[in-house]
Design a protein around this ligand. Structure first.
Ligand code: GLU
Length: 498
């Protein structure tokens, strides 16, 4: 059997280190077995997927030197490799399931489904589709379809017993069918859900091994059942441990930088980042810490992966990066500095901010230090000159931080609009409102324009600096609760709950 592995990232937002982690393990496993590694883009969520995000995923994987054998950019025998171009394939497969009575049309409205789930929760049950539309008569079904009533396609799930499947790292897993919902497979807009698309694509693309995050274990019964319904052989499942924040919670952008762009921007080398990701849940048999993906592939075995949640620790990554930097010859060190920060792309983003403010080049460093490098370490006194009460400053930084966690489109106008409405909410002139934010982001009261700075820094660096500022300002537990409530009130005042 040829080993074929894949990743299927969704192009929504910044390229995630978790994607690089999965890509590394899938690529290394395929290489170690003389197999192939495939990149498929899971863009069935039309509202959230963007071409820009897809491009960033491809660019950052290339930057990390991860190579794929088939994908949306290079094609291959099993294309197209973008799910949005495969809609007809999923529709045909959904119809086949209906014909074989493994799936059914469901006309239930979102309101009915909400009420049903609420009642189930109130009765202490697992919220789950109750099967109403499974029992429609043939004539009612036809007339509702002919009338063009909105509908989805749902899969049937056994009422009793349990699903058993094998996970390469965990052995036999059993999940009772009572915990598995009658999953929607095809949405009203004709797009598939993840569950239908992933099974159909993995089969048609001849994927032999699925190495993916452990958050998908509970979905695997649906997939196993779909393979059975289609009469296909299921691939090998191997759920990898998820990356964790230092507090052991799932790595999330609210607590930790997750974008590959962030690490690139702060000057982490691609070979150090990929090496570090290789140490997440795996170690070289001789405990060697510095290794490349090729060296990893020579020694790699799936059963060598440990399940304890690997902590993504910035300090350890910086240490490893330092090892690489110090080991370089000076010529290469020079080249890598230029490649990192003094390249034309980076300068092109900076020049509009600085050209009209510069009299001599020696002014430059003092202007852009906090954009190109780290900002000075903050202390509570840095916020003393803003003329705003401590409580107000905390609110300003906290509420903006919460807003930015949810912001998808990181553009100057969007950032401005958020700050404008928050300033209004705080009943402050925008000039005054922005004062603590200047300090939080640049470490000083005056810097280059704030919104341009946020765009340059990008989401992860901006969020991280705001989080650090909040820690320096100090927030008590009681205050934290109050802040959450106040932020909810702000959201409600906009008429869009979050
Ligand atoms: N789009 C899913 C993710 O990025 C893919 C999961 C899978 O590999 O099956 O998590």
């Amino acid at each position: 059997m040829t080993v074929r592995t894949r990743i299927a990232p969704s192009p929504t937002g910044d390229p995630h280190v978790g994607t690089a982690y999965m890509a590394l393990f899938n690529a290394v496993y395929a290489r170690s077995q003389g197999g192939q590694f495939i990149l498929r883009i899971e863009d069935t969520d039309a509202a959230r997927s963007t071409a820009e995000s897809e491009q960033m995923i491809l660019d950052s994987l290339r930057w990390l030197n991860i190579e794929w054998d088939e994908g949306p950019d290079c094609g291959g025998p099993h294309g197209p490799y973008r799910q949005s171009a495969r809609k007809h394939i999923y529709q045909e497969h959904a119809l086949k399931l209906i014909e074989d009575q493994h799936a059914f049309y469901c006309f239930c409205s979102p309101e009915r489904l909400d009420q049903m789930r609420e009642a189930q929760r109130a009765a202490g049950e697992n919220p789950r589709y109750d099967g109403l539309c499974m029992h429609l008569s043939e004539s009612e079904l036809r007339s509702r379809l002919n009338a063009g009533e909105p509908h989805v396609v749902r899969m049937k799930v056994p009422e009793h017993g349990e699903c058993q499947f094998h996970d390469e790292l965990r052995g036999e897993i059993e999940i009772p069918w009572s915990q598995v919902d009658m999953q929607v497979l095809l949405k009203n807009d004709g797009f598939p859900t993840y569950h239908l698309a992933v099974v159909v694509d993995d089969h048609l693309m001849e994927i032999s091994h699925i190495l993916r995050g452990e958050e998908w274990i509970n979905s695997t019964p649906k997939h196993v059942l779909l393979y059975e319904y289609f009469g296909w052989q299921a691939p090998v499942f191997c759920h990898l441990p998820l990356l964790r924040n230092p507090d052991k919670s799932k790595l999330s952008k609210r607590k930790h930088p997750t974008s590959i762009n962030y690490y690139r921007q702060i000057g982490i080398l691609p070979e150090a980042l990929i090496n570090y990701l290789g140490m997440m849940g795996w170690s070289m048999p001789d405990e060697q810490e510095i290794f490349s993906p090729a060296q990893m592939a020579e020694r790699f075995e799936l059963k060598g992966i440990h399940l304890g949640g690997p902590v993504f620790d910035l300090e350890k990554l910086s240490w490893l990066n330092g090892q690489y930097l110090r080991g370089m010859d000076p010529e290469e060190f020079m080249d890598r500095i230029v490649e990192w920060g003094l390249n034309r792309d980076n300068l092109r983003r900076l020049v509009p901010l600085i050209q009209q403010r510069t009299e001599k080049f020696s002014d430059l460093v003092g202007q852009v230090d906090y954009l190109v490098g780290a900002r000075p370490v903050l202390s509570a006194e840095d916020f003393a000159d803003t003329g705003l009460e401590h409580e107000v400053q905390v609110q300003i930084v906290d509420h903006l931080s919460r807003e930015l966690d949810a912001l998808r489109d990181w553009q100057r106008d969007e950032l401005f609009e958020i700050c404008r409405s928050l300033a209004e909410w705080h009943q402050l002139k925008i000039r005054d409102y922005l004062k603590p934010l200047f300090v939080a982001l640049s470490g000083r009261a005056v810097s280059l324009p704030l919104f341009d700075s946020m765009v340059f820094l990008g989401p992860d660096l901006t969020r991280m600096r705001l989080r650090e500022a909040l820690a320096v300002l100090g927030v008590s537990k009681k205050q934290a609760k109050r802040l959450e409530k106040q932020h909810r009130e702000f959201r409600a005042s906009l008429g869009s709950p979050q």
